[in-house]
Design a protein around this ligand. Sequence first.
Ligand code: GLU
Length: 286
Amino acid sequence: MLTTRFAPSPTGRLHKGHAFSALTAWRAARDTGGRFLLRIEDIDPTRCRPEYEAAILEDLHWLGLDWDGPVRRQSEHLDDYARVLSDLEARGLLYRCFRTRKEILDAIGDAPHGAAEAVRPGPHSADEEARLLEEGRPFAWRLSLDRAREAIGEDAWRSLAFTEDGAGPNGETGRISVRPETAGDVVLGRKDTGVAYHLAVTHDDAVQGVTHVIRGQDLFEASHIQRLIQTLMDWPEPRYRHHPLLTDASGRRYAKRDRSMTLAELRNSGVSAADLRAELGFSSGG
Ligand code: GLU
């Protein structure tokens, strides 16, 4: 049975692009007798606001969507993410990174491959790390791709792949070889909040039994590193279905900053949910 989800971050009002994404996942579940889950990805207290969460629920109800089971809020599961981080750390797969964003960007600027180089600052020396810890400086936990590669072994590393039922931005489809290098040594535990997106999203997809990750093409590249995390944690492999991003009349992607296109604005200007669903291609039966 298919289980999928819509996983917005409550950092602004939903716009047409979100409606399309939510309807795509919901339709896939309802057409096959599967499950559609709603997850609020609110691990970043500096950007997420409860009023946006309330607005998301209101907008989705208005659109006519229903979901199975209770809404999952990531902010209520921080201990679970911390446990995964400790596990990865105990296995030697993480390192502390005290560097600031600016220090990292400066270092990349000096590197031979310039900005195309993914961020892989590497661990600090033991002395430096001890000193920075002593000084109480904040640090992030980064996943070491070198250690991850050793941990799963060369053969498994080379055959890492995920299945794309939709398409990536360049038409990538079918079995896609994973290239974790493109993501670099990603941060899995942020300096400020303790957890980062890739860790929380893969953890939750696993514990919620998500079999199909249906989301916008802007997250296609994220699947590479997410598949690696699933492998390291021995979590089940979901299938992926990335859908094209909706664009406005001038070909620009809808974004949270475009207030005019929020679902609330559309609703206030007299657009009905049925009109919007029809415009987005979801008229039949829903
Ligand atoms: N919370 C993410 C976002 O709003 C989506 C996560 C996902 O679908 O994997 O962009």
